[in-house]
Design a protein around this ligand. Structure first.
Ligand SMILES: CC(C)(COP(=O)(O)OP(=O)(O)OC[C@H]1O[C@@H](n2cnc3c(N)ncnc32)[C@H](O)[C@@H]1OP(=O)(O)O)[C@@H](O)C(=O)NCCC(=O)NCCS
Length: 191
């Protein structure tokens, strides 16, 4: 039973998730090299609240993913995006439950730049939205991005998320105030 049914057990996303080109699976300790390959890059971190990571910070990030996997109730589902057929890790996508009472989750995604522009973030995010609505029973999933992050805003639009807000100076990141967009989708709008 999912969140809406007030279950005795906490709902989970059943991993791995498979899409046409991707397998989304739990992160493992051995993913450090692949995760660091993108999380250490300035281009990747430009509009993010974290990074560029030192090797130690990437290690801590993986330890955090492993902690999240063990947490009960589990609120954070940050998973590896792997590309078929070799199944190399090319990025991460995640849903976290940010407001259990109101069945609300938040979506986020990051990819290695070698794989930008092929629709991978959209394909991975679509599978996570599906899992968030159908497996976790969420009724609303939101996502934020820096207003200058055109690729991220475009991913949300391609997913069919609606821009609900444009916030001024809403986050203080790496010494500067950032303007953000808020996007959201309701379960009833997901198809
Ligand atoms: C945001 C990100 C995940 C997008 O990944 P992606 O797989 O390249 O995205 P997709 O290919 O699914 O879609 C990208 C869309 O953005 C567009 N886009 C890509 N780069 C762009 C840019 N610099 N300016 C404008 N649009 C851009 C693409 O054309 C495409 O739209 P289209 O299909 O209408 O042409 C990737 O750029 C990334 O990892 N960035 C760094 C981390 C980050 O910012 N994450 C999001 C935090 S909110």
């Amino acid at each position: 039973m999912n969140l809406r049914g007030r279950p005795a057990t906490t709902p989970q996303i059943e991993l791995p998730l498979e899409t046409q080109r991707l397998i989304l699976r739990e992160f493992k300790k051995s993913d450090l090299k692949a995760v660091h390959a993108y999380s250490s890059l300035e281009d990747v971190a430009r509009y993010l609240v974290w990074g560029p990571n030192t090797l130690n910070q990437s290690k801590e990030a993986i330890e955090g993913f492993l902690d999240d996997q063990r947490a009960r109730p589990r609120e954070i589902f940050d998973v590896a995006i792997t590309l078929k057929p070799k199944r190399e890790v090319v990025g991460g996508v995640g849903i976290r439950v940010i407001d259990r009472d109101n069945l609300t989750g938040e979506l986020g995604y990051t990819l290695h730049p070698d794989f930008w522009g092929y629709g991978i973030a959209t394909e991975a995010s679509y599978a996570m939205l599906d899992a968030g609505f159908s497996m976790l029973g969420l009724q609303r999933i939101v996502a934020h991005c820096d207003q200058r992050n055109k690729a991220s805003a475009r991913v949300m639009e391609r997913l069919g998320m609606r821009r609900e807000g444009a916030f001024r100076a809403s986050k203080h990141i790496q010494g500067e105030w950032r303007d953000e967009f808020l996007y959201a989708m309701l379960a009833e709008d997901f198809s």
